[in-house]
Write a protein that binds this ligand. Structure first.
Ligand SMILES: N[C@@H](CCC(=O)N[C@@H](CS)C(=O)NCC(=O)O)C(=O)O
Length: 212
C-alpha cells in the first residue's frame, strides 16, 4: 500500500496510526503542502487525488480519498486489531468523537481555510485565536465524553484515539496548553507517547519530517 501523506497533516496522521495499529505494511509517498506553493496543487498529485488534499491511500488498483473512508476500508479489509469494538452504542460513541474532530474541528483549521482567512485580511492574531477557539470547543466535548482512565474509550486504543492524537498534536502546535485545560485528553496523549504504533505514526518520525 502507498499512503500519500504529509508529516504534520492531521488527516494523514490518523491513517498512519490506523495502519500501524493494524500492522499493515505500507510505504509513504510524501506530498509537501508548503513547498512550491503546495505539491498537492500540482498536476501529478491531482491525477491521484482530484480534490488536492492528503491523505490518499493506494492499494493496488484501489485508490481511496478522505481519511474516514480510508480508515473504514482498513477496518473492513483488516478486521484483526479492530478499531471499533464493543456493542453498537460503544461503536457509536467512538464515531461521535471521530465526528467531532474530523467534521467540526479539523476542517476549520485546515491549510486552505487559514489561507482564505489571511487572504481576506485577517491578521495572525485573529487566525490563531480562531484556531484555538475551535479546537477548545471540540476538546470540551471530547473531554466530557472520554473515560477517566485508559485510552479514550477503554483499555485498548481504537477509533477515538486514531482521531484524538493527531488533533492533540495540532492543538499543541498552535499553542494550546492541553495538559492544563484537558487532563483526560492529556492522559491519552501520555499513553500514546509510550505506544510503538503511535510513535511510528508521529509527525516527528516520518520520512518527510524536516531535520530539527
Ligand atoms: N476530510 C479530509 C480532510 C483532508 C485535508 O483537508 N487534508 C489537509 C491536510 S490535514 C490538506 O490536504 N490540506 C490542503 C489544503 O487545505 O490546501 C480527510 O479527512 O481526509
Amino acid at each position: 500500500m502507498i499512503l500519500y501523506s504529509y508529516y504534520r497533516s492531521t488527516s494523514s496522521y490518523r491513517v498512519r496510526i490506523a495502519l500501524e495499529l493494524k500492522g499493515v505494511p505500507y510505504e509513504i509517498e510524501p506530498v509537501n503542502l508548503v513547498r512550491h506553493g503546495g505539491e498537492h496543487h500540482g498536476a501529478a498529485y491531482l491525477e491521484i487525488n482530484p480534490q488536492g488534499r492528503v491523505p490518499t491511500l493506494v492499494d493496488g488498483d484501489v485508490r481511496i480519498l478522505q481519511s474516514p473512508a480510508i480508515i473504514e476500508y482498513l477496518e473492513e479489509v483488516f478486521p484483526n486489531q479492530p478499531l471499533l469494538t464493543g456493542n453498537a452504542a460503544n461503536r457509536a460513541l467512538a464515531r461521535s468523537i471521530a465526528g467531532i474532530i474530523g467534521c467540526d474541528v479539523h476542517p476549520l483549521h485546515n491549510v486552505s481555510v487559514l489561507n482564505k482567512l489571511r487572504a481576506t485580511g485577517h491578521e495572525d492574531e485573529f487566525v490563531n485565536s480562531w484556531i484555538l477557539a475551535w479546537i477548545s470547543d471540540g476538546f470540551k466535548a471530547v473531554e466530557a465524553l472520554i473515560g477517566s482512565n485508559g485510552w479514550a474509550l477503554g483499555n485498548e486504543p481504537g477509533l477515538a484515539d486514531v482521531y484524538l492524537l493527531p488533533q492533540i498534536y495540532a492543538a499543541r502546535r498552535f499553542g494550546l496548553d492541553v495538559s492544563a485545560a484537558f487532563p483526560r485528553i492529556a492522559r491519552v496523549e501520555q499513553l500514546a507517547a509510550e505506544h510503538p504504533a503511535f510513535q511510528r505514526a508521529h509527525p516527528a518520525s516520518q520520512v518527510d519530517t524536516p531535520p530539527s
